[in-house]
Design a binder for this molecule. Structure first.
Ligand SMILES: Nc1nc2c(ncn2[C@@H]2O[C@H](COP(=O)(O)OP(=O)(O)OP(=O)(O)O)[C@@H](O)[C@H]2O)c(=O)[nH]1
Ligand SMILES: [Mg+2]
Length: 199
């Protein structure tokens, strides 16, 4: 008889200014697609990403929060109980980088205090238009105290897998096994109940 596979479940937020590429990143990681049209996220989009980290089946439930100002009041409603956070900025928009401090402030009380915080540069295929420099990223470390930094392009599919896998690894190391496997069991139960309702 083979040993039961260990399972882990985590809710993770993806935040940052409108049009920085959050939904594109979640789409790239889940279906490996890229869309050049911009369809703003109304309120929040949801994605599920599953992968293995050292024989543990990790499920990330991604809360991709709409970044446009008109959804500002809704943000808190989606943030509760998150175990990790991606803070995304567009390398071609300096303001989107500095606004991350405010983004973090707006959700930090709803995050688990152990939550890994990843700084994500998006659209690196447009590096000739970059407005954010290495010095900015280093200096920002003092303000934001992020745990990891990744440069990504959803357009060419670069850096995205690495960022999500590193998040999975860090989540497993930050939280207790009991805690994350209980969340996985609860999610399985809810999925089963949902299927029951559909049938
Ligand atoms: N060149 C390039 N364009 C990108 C990349 N990622 C996203 N985009 C484009 O940027 C625009 C905005 O992308 P979205 O993923 O919708 O941005 P968002 O952060 O989800 O925006 P909101 O939902 O409004 O918060 C779209 O036109 C995308 O095609 C990338 O890596 N490179
Ligand atoms: Mg979006």
């Amino acid at each position: 008889m083979s040993a039961a596979i260990e399972e882990a479940f985590f809710k993770v937020l993806v935040v940052g200014d409108g049009a920085v590429g959050k939904t594109s990143m979640c789409t790239q990681i889940t279906t490996q697609e890229f869309f050049s049209d911009y369809n703003l996220t109304v309120g929040c989009d949801f994605f599920i990403k599953r992968f293995y980290v050292n024989n543990v089946s990790v499920t990330l439930q991604l809360f991709d929060i709409g970044g446009q100002d008109q959804f500002q009041k809704l943000r808190k409603a989606f943030a509760g109980g998150a175990k990790g956070i991606f803070l995304a900025y567009d390398i071609t928009r300096r303001d989107s980088f500095y606004n991350l401090e405010q983004w973090y402030e707006s959700v930090k009380d709803d995050l688990d205090p152990r939550a890994p915080k990843f700084l994500i540069a998006t659209k690196t295929d447009l590096s000739e238009l970059s407005e954010v420099w290495n010095e900015d990223i280093e200096t920002f470390k003092e303000t934001l105290t992020y745990d990891a930094y990744f440069e990504t392009s959803s357009f060419i599919g670069e850096g995205v897998n690495e960022a999500f896998e590193a998040m999975g690894k860090m989540l497993l190391s930050r939280y207790d096994k009991d805690e994350y496997s209980k969340s996985a069991q609860k999610m399985k139960f809810l999925e089963g109940a949902h299927r029951g309702i559909q049938n």
